[in-house]
Every structure is written in structure tokens, then in C-alpha cells.
Design a binder for this molecule. Sequence first.
Ligand SMILES: [Zn+2]
Length: 296
Amino acid sequence: MKKQFALLLFFIFPAFLLMAPHEGMAAAKGPSAKKFDVVASIFPVADMVRNVGGSRVGVYTLLPPGANEETYEPPVSAFKALSGARAFFMIGAGLEVWAKRLLAAAPSGIRKVVLSQGMPLIGEGPGGVANPHVWLDPVLAIGMVRRIENALSAMDPAGASYYRGNAARYIGRLKALDSEVRRTVSAFRIKSLVSFHAELDYFARRYGLRIAGVVEGSPGKEPTPRKLEALIKAIKEDGIRAVFTDEQLNPRPAQIIAGEAGVKVVMLDVIGGLPGRDSYIKMMEFNLARMKEVMG
Ligand SMILES: [Zn+2]
């Protein structure tokens, strides 16, 4: 019933009434309507491309809310979206293994924009596997936005000054987010955490937090009994009050560890796109508030 009502609203009200204020502003300032379409792998990337592209760029997000960024299987509609797009924006660093098939079937002229390119990656090196969760560091996100601006300007030179203005405004907001996170985290009493699938490595490095343990070395890979024991020990030693889980993954292994250690399970969201987390910045603020509850 609730869903039907939401659908009804969608058709009755003009789309601009449903837009977030900053998007509405970008649309009003844009020199003209949409010039081309692009595809983004995950919601945080799509949100950044929308903030820079404004009214000139149509953005289609591949990963639906609630799906995991590493284990997703693209449906037929994803192939269709890519066939009409001029560019594919992705994180790279091994995140979107599922994009290989998509890109192989995409039109040959499509521009692939890898936002983690040139970033020093955690875990990379001989015998190591790069950690792809760079977007959870707001400072690295600023670098991603600059790369988006460059790519859009190269594809659409007539819009270059428009993209530059949008990127500068959005980067200002990301800098404010970085300051907010820095201020909040510096006041945390507990500076150690157990993450769910190594999603917080960049965040922790940026803000001086310690990763005491990771529940799943890779998404869906459940911990061995020995690893469980080590995690429980680390939780007790560091006075950790919660085990973090992800909105997009099965929380069961975290629930078992938390139960054994006598601490809470707290869900974080690294993808966003859901109500209350419908922008990258809001998603980061949501996670920060959740961390503050158990670390502050
Ligand atoms: Zn992940």
C-alpha cells in the first residue's frame, strides 16, 4: 500500500519537486538540457557524477540498493543501459569484477573512467590484493570528483566551465564532510574497530583509527573458528563495543562474534541510495553517527 502511494506521487508531481535542492540548483544554472548519458557502477559514483554533470548528463546506476558491490550479477537491463551510454564510471582496483562482461558487450567507443586510477592502494603489491574501498575516504573522494570533472569536460568541452563550477561547489561540501568526520572521530574514546569485509581500511587510515580485525576477508567468506577466537580476543582487549556489518551482506558471522564477545552489532552502509542515505555525503554522515554511538 505504501509503495503504491509512493508510485502515485511520482506520477502526479513534477520531477523537479522531488529533486534534492542542490540538484535543482544545478539544473537551473545549466546552460541547456541533457547532452548525453553515462553509466555508473555503484551509487556513490553515480551521486558524484550527478553533482558534477548536473543537468547536462544523464546518469544510470548499475548496482541496485541493497546489493553488494563485489558479488553483484548484472541483469539484462544493465547491458541495455550500457549500450546507450557514452561513458562508464567505475571505482576499479578490482571492485567491479562483474563489469568485465558488461564492458566486453558495450559499444567500442564507450569511455571507461576508472576513479581509483593513480591512487596508492592499500594491500597492493607482490602477492597482495588491492583494497577497492577508496570512496569511503572523503579526501580520496575529492580526487575522484576531479577525475569525473576532467572526463566530462573531455567528452563535452562546451560544458567544461559548467562542470568546473559544479565540481568546485561539490568539493567544498566534501571538504566540509572531511572536517566534520575529523572533528567527530578525534573525540572518539575508542579508536579501534572490527570491520565487516575490510571496507573501512581507507577511512581508518585517514582518521587515525585502528582495524583490530575483519570478519570476512572477502565478501561472503565466513571466518574460521580460529579467526573467530582471535576476533573475540581483540574485541575484549581493545574495549570494542560493537562489530560492524554491512547493509549489503549477510550479518550472521558478525552476529555470532558479537554474541560471543558480548557486544552489539551495528550496521553500516557503504553503498547508500536508500532513504536517509540518498547521497554520498548523507551516507557518510549516517555511518559516522553509527560509529559515534559505539565509539564516541
Ligand atoms: Zn566491499
